[in-house]
Design a protein around this ligand. Structure first.
Ligand code: DGY
Length: 326
């Protein structure tokens, strides 16, 4: 009997065809509503689930009694009840590594765009308002030679720090649960308590995963510790930063600018102040969104699912249920 897979995020044609050779696949393309009756019916027989972005709850798992594996087309797993999955012996897989460099590019894009006010000044041209050479009121600030404070020094944090140190001669500080001696050696990075890092950095770049410990890690108090010339970059998850406190700090000039790829609510509501503040560069969660990287992520998710459903060890398991071969 072929195992059954439910797909709820668009997959490239070649990968979908590949899955269909070995499994019975029900493809829902881009599914916004996980209460959709056809999806629920498919779920009731599914052995594998492949998608991303949607919150998977215990109630959804109850509706999928045969489920063996969830393969997420993302590195972040905050949308999944990880402990619950492990308890139910369900394998969760994700897609680290293949998106590291592209997401780091996005981080650096935000560093550059905020420091040099690229969107604000490009808009001036779009409006036909470039009447004279740019003066002091429109100057940005340097990136090279400044201090980059990484909040989180995992794979993506390290890739951003590497760009900063090696490409822009930046001094690197980081706060992280564990020390990173190899990066200290390679980049001259220095580990700091979070409060110290916030007070010293010109750019504070948030890359920690969202968890109970990191929710609202950067709130009013932490923003208050930053320099008034400092810039906050968030490419992790919106909920790591208290958005209301951030808007207040930006409006009051307590920090200079923010570059954001993630928000408390996504899509960002059109009436959010963040969507039109001059000192904010807001992107629609594009961290890994290039043709090459999104294909590589989908490839990894398909490979993970195929291996796990065949009783083999997936390439990137996230949890450790009993079924996982050693
Ligand atoms: C990821 O892979 O976690 C990206 O942020 C997309 O959700």
């Amino acid at each position: 009997m072929q195992k059954r897979i439910v797909v709820y995020r668009p997959l490239p044609e070649d990968l979908l065809a590949e899955l269909k050779r070995d499994f019975h696949v029900e493809d829902f393309g881009h599914l916004d509503d996980l209460d959709d009756p056809a999806f629920r019916a498919a779920l009731s027989e599914a052995h594998g689930l492949l998608g991303a972005g949607q919150k998977i709850t215990a109630e959804i798992l109850d509706a999928a009694p045969q489920l063996e594996t969830i393969s997420s087309v993302s590195v972040g797993v905050d949308a999944y009840p990880v402990e619950e999955l492990t308890r139910r012996d369900i394998q969760l897989c994700h897609t680290p590594d293949v998106l590291t460099e592209t997401t780091a590019d996005t981080g650096f894009l935000l560093i550059m765009a905020t420091a040099r006010r690229a969107m604000e000044l490009a808009d001036l041209i779009r409006r036909g308002d470039w009447q004279a050479s740019i003066g002091e009121a429109h100057y940005g600030s340097d990136v090279h030679g400044k201090t980059l404070g990484m909040v989180g020094m995992g794979r993506i944090g390290a890739a951003i720090a590497r760009r900063g140190a090696l490409g822009f001669g930046m001094r690197i500080l980081y706060s992280n649960a564990s020390p990173k001696p190899a990066l200290e050696e390679e980049l001259g990075a220095r580990r700091r308590e979070l409060d110290e890092l916030l007070a010293e950095a010109d750019f504070v770049c948030v890359t920690v995963p969202l968890s109970a410990e990191t929710e609202r890690l950067i709130g009013q108090r932490e923003l208050g510790l930053m320099r008034d010339s400092a810039i906050l970059i968030n490419i992790a998850r919106g909920k790591v930063v208290d958005e209301t406190a951030l808007i207040e700090a930006l409006n009051a000039g307590r920090i200079r600018a923010a570059g954001l790829d993630v928000f408390e609510r996504e899509p960002l509501p059109a009436d959010s102040p963040l969507s039109h503040m001059a000192n904010v560069v807001a992107l629609p969660h594009i961290g890994s969104a290039t043709h090459e990287t999104r294909h590589a992520m989908a490839r990894r998710a398909v490979d993970n699912l195929r291996l796990a459903l065949s009783g083999e060890r997936p390439i990137s398991p996230f949890n450790d249920p009993a079924r996982l071969p050693a």
